[in-house]
Design a protein. Sequence first.
Length: 357
Amino acid sequence: MKELICLGIETTAHTFGIGIVTSKGKVLANYKKAYTTEKGGIIPYHLFEHHTNVATEVLEDALKIAGVKIQDIGLISYSNAPGLGNALRVGAFVARYLAGKYKIPLVGVNHCIAHLEIGRLLTNAKDPVLLYASGANTQIIAYEGKKYRIFGETLDIGVGNFLDSFARHIGLGFPGGPKIEELARKYAENEKNKNINIDNYKEDKNNINHNVPDLIDLPYSVKGMDVAFGGLLTNLKQKFDSDKFSKEELCYSVQETVFAMLVEVSERAIAHTGKNELLLGGGVACNKRLQEMCRIMCEERGAKFFVPANDVLVDNGLMIAWNGILAFKNNGYKCIKIENADIKPYERTDEVVVKWR
Ligand code: AMP
Ligand code: MG
């Protein structure tokens, strides 16, 4: 049988992405264009316009990169959930059009699950707990009884949106996560250099580690297995507006605090499920300090730690294509009718029955 090639379309939020992958897991293309703003957040109508404007170009370039023609594609997959209606609708429309015009089978996949599956394809993770830390989503997900269950999640906003809101408040622009990371790293380095002073060591009767800067006291909101960021955001804005703290020290402390929250609940999920692997997904997972903290936690408890490359941590079409292949092949090659290719903006990870595991 000829190898199946799937074209996946990602449009849950800011990214219009197209990925192309074979049923053996060979990556042929992963191309995208993302909506950005100078000021403020996502304006749904502008997002719709962005995705409609870039769709043709991203499609053509992805096919060119993959070295295939649309006629070579044996399956179209699109992210049908969860996400912003105005964005999801563009992906569903492009998917319906291609499937209808070229007579290609069509499947819809859940974006959060796709993050976990692409991690399993591209790393050696077999049955991991996924810390999915992105703009809109923050969930701790693991497989149990035919579903990907949510073992912990944010009770209000996603960690990325939280970082972006704080960054916007202190004038760093969007996306704020990478800028916060940069300021925090510089602050930690400067403090470390300052503290390499022989007097510190003379006084260091209690063997205190002088290489770790002090943290500003911030609210630490872990509630059972869940986390919350709203109160922390208000507290941080007040601290910044009081002019008593520098941007750099706030960025350092915010990272240490919220990443500790995420690591704590991830560790507890690993202990509870008895799984022995942690996998990262989502744009915030590009953060080197978060990766380091997760790695240390895993080392300390003898668990394996996996982090895929940045281009699949962020939203991307490749993971949608790969999850499409898994769903299609393991469901008797059943596809959906074009008129049923709907969107589910509020679908939760644990509503999907996982046929491929
Ligand atoms: P996603 O929604 O998964 O595409 O990820 C987008 C989010 O990831 C935005 O909120 C970004 O600010 C955040 N992000 C990207 N890179 C980093 C980073 N290095 N550190 C922290 N957050 C990041
Ligand atoms: Mg995502």
